[in-house]
Ligand binder design. Structure first.
Ligand code: 3VV
Length: 217
């Protein structure tokens, strides 16, 4: 296996494939703030134990709000272009289930470049629970899948996950800051080998490896 993370000279523009592409600046801060507020709402709904009348009233308000927000909708496949002066542009879907800042279902995980890959911090609320007090394994895997895929993308080799292996070493706690790291470890034809881990207070809770298959364009 060759460890070679040299990206292609040029990557295709998603706009050429019919996707709408927007820049980070096109996302209104008000939308980011709304998404964050709805994360609190989801957490509150998941935990609430108020009286039935309160639940009925809340449902009515949320129903009206849903209708109001649906007045104008973004295409699900809209792609976000992130530009940085040091590196090539990176693409991701705006409504990404793990990292989408404007998607209230996303924790969200945001990742920054490091010397050898990507690193980010994220806190999973009680809404991501599996066993009592612990993160659901599927969400732990989702954090790793996203970080591993993004590491391949950041190295100039965006692709799809063909294979993902996750080892759960300790429970991953809820409501605690978690660090997520990922990097490319090698390439072979279109296969990009990636590895990563999640830590809580420096202690590894889960590790993952994946094979990302580069987009055949
Ligand atoms: C202009 C573009 C616009 C882009 C805009 C945005 C880009 C964003 C990009 C990046 C952002 C990062 C954020 C993402 C993070 C989340 C990632 C996910 O959640 S991805 C969703 C889950 N994954 C799927 O749904 C895949 C479903 N599977 C497939 O579509 C195919 O199976 C695919 C593409 C993976 C491979 O199919 P084939 O036909 O293209 O290629 P074949 O020839 O089968 O395989 C290529 C090589 O990979 C190996 N391979 C394939 N599957 C394997 C497996 N399961 N295990 C091991 N090796 C496998 C094969 O043996 C072959 O290897 P040999 O070169 O011959 O050695």
């Amino acid at each position: 296996m060759t460890v070679q993370t040299q990206p292609d000279a040029a990557l295709p523009d998603p706009a050429d494939f019919g996707f709408s592409v927007i820049a980070e600046d096109d996302l209104p801060p008000e939308l980011l703030a709304l998404a964050e507020q709805v994360r609190h709402l989801v957490e509150a709904v998941a935990h609430t134990d108020v009286e039935r009348e309160e639940l009925v009233a809340a449902r009515g308000m949320v129903e009206a709000l849903t209708e109001r927000l649906n007045a104008r909708r973004r295409d699900t496949t809209t792609v976000l272009k992130e530009e940085s002066p040091q590196a090539r542009a990176e693409y991701s879907t705006v409504i990404n289930a793990v990292s989408g800042d404007t998607n209230p279902a996303a924790p969200p995980l945001s990742l920054e470049r490091t010397d050898d890959g990507l690193r980010g911090e994220v806190t999973l609320s009680g809404a991501y629970q599996g066993p009592p007090g612990a993160a659901h394994g599927g969400w732990v895997a989702a954090l790793l899948d996203q970080a591993l895929g993004a590491a391949a993308g950041a190295a100039g080799m965006p692709g799809l996950t063909a294979n993902l292996n996750v080892d759960f070493h300790e429970i991953t706690p809820l409501n605690e800051p978690l660090s997520v790291e990922a990097r490319v470890t090698g390439t072979e034809r279109r296969k990009v080998f990636v590895s990563g881990e999640i830590r809580h207070n420096g202690q590894v809770t889960a590790t993952g490896t994946a094979i990302m298959v580069r987009l055949a364009l």
